[in-house]
Write a protein that binds this ligand. Structure first.
Ligand code: AHN
Ligand code: ZN
Length: 331
């Protein structure tokens, strides 16, 4: 970290000196808060990245909107200076279909040894299976929050970092996982291998087939449903188990920015998401920032047609963006 980025806030010493009794006894140095100069996260820009993805149509594997979105994401990452690898593979779905999937990996600042992964899934769910109405249940979703929001916050972060001459000396590897949301509906009986997990197909593949032999990273941050109105990001048990120190630093940064309500320092549950496979099979610590609480579960619009642009709150995008940026700039 550069000295110019550090501001020492010694406010606490004033507090101590104002209580007369401790005046002479005070020996401890003032508590210093490290504040870093990050670029300003533009929530309008992140929102526009969501709107752009939604405008392609539902990003369901084996469809034209999915292919077009994939090309746009590659172009976008390259436009910010990344070297992009498209990891293409076929995966079996619970339906018996074969899905043509692509993990999109964009590497920034290749000379940096210390590398951090920013990940999100870029596909959207093929069915709105949490709808009551049987015709709605079969329709694909916009996935403004579930899918597009994580991608959008990451695009905004790399857009800003690529243009910042004072960025920290870290490398960023963006991974947009495919096939996260093609899991079987709860009420559907699926035949075949009972041990097969039908969610997270892209991360399952990547974790066993790294895009570069011997690839590793310091840690990763997965963003999933990070733009919904009334979002609360509790600490998922899997993230705490594999990467407790990363969870602590991210949640502390959220609190220091004044976002403690949105990032409660309380556990949620064991969320099955892309980070599970990255932790377990690739051995890279990865946390998940995901809108889920023990009390309310996933957001109301989860896997429904209402997961559209109206479900998005720019304030939430900004809170998540600033929290992640502050974390990166402290490395
Ligand atoms: C399951 O519902 C199994 N996992 C939640 C992960 C998820 C779904 N993220 C987005 N959609
Ligand atoms: Zn989903």
């Amino acid at each position: 970290m550069k000295n110019s980025q550090i501001i020492i806030a010694a406010c606490l010493s004033m507090l101590i000196f104002s209580c007369g009794e401790n005046k002479e006894k005070t020996q401890a140095p003032p508590v210093a808060e490290v504040v870093v100069n990050t670029p300003k996260f533009e929530a309008d820009s992140a929102y526009a990245f969501i709107a752009k993805q939604v405008a392609f149509g539902p990003r369901v594997p084996n469809t034209a909107p999915h292919r077009a979105t994939g090309e746009w994401l590659v172009d976008k990452l390259e436009s910010y200076g990344a070297t992009v690898i498209e990891q293409k593979f076929a995966a079996d779905a619970y339906t018996g279909e074969t899905l043509q999937l692509t993990n999109i990996i964009g590497s920034f600042f290749p000379q940096a040894k210390k590398r951090i992964i920013l990940a999100a899934h870029w596909d959207t769910r093929h069915i709105a299976d949490k709808e009551e109405d049987p015709t709605k249940k079969k329709q694909p979703i916009d996935g403004a929050n579930d899918g597009a929001s994580g991608v959008a916050v990451i695009l905004e972060i790399v857009r800003l970092m690529a243009a910042d001459p004072n960025r920290p000396d870290i490398g960023i590897d963006v991974i947009f996982f495919d096939g996260e949301d093609y899991g079987a509906p709860e009420d559907e009986i699926v035949t075949g291998d009972a041990s097969q997990i039908w969610w997270c197909l892209g991360s399952q593949y990547w974790s066993k087939n790294l895009h570069q032999a011997g690839y590793s990273a310091y840690y990763g941050i997965l963003l999933d449903m990070v733009g919904g109105k009334d979002a609360r990001f509790y600490q998922d048990e899997i993230s705490v188990y594999f990467a407790r120190n990363i969870v602590n630093k991210v949640w502390k940064n959220a609190a220091s920015l004044g976002y403690g309500y949105t990032f409660p320092m309380e556990r949620s549950a064991e969320i099955i998401d892309d980070h599970v496979f990255v932790n377990r099979d690739a051995g890279i610590p990865m946390i998940d920032i995901i809108d889920f609480s023990l009390q309310d579960g996933f957001p109301d619009h989860h896997h429904k047609l209402s997961d559209n642009l109206e479900a998005i709150d720019k304030t939430v995008l900004r809170q998540v963006g600033e929290t992640v940026l502050r974390t990166l700039y402290q490395e």
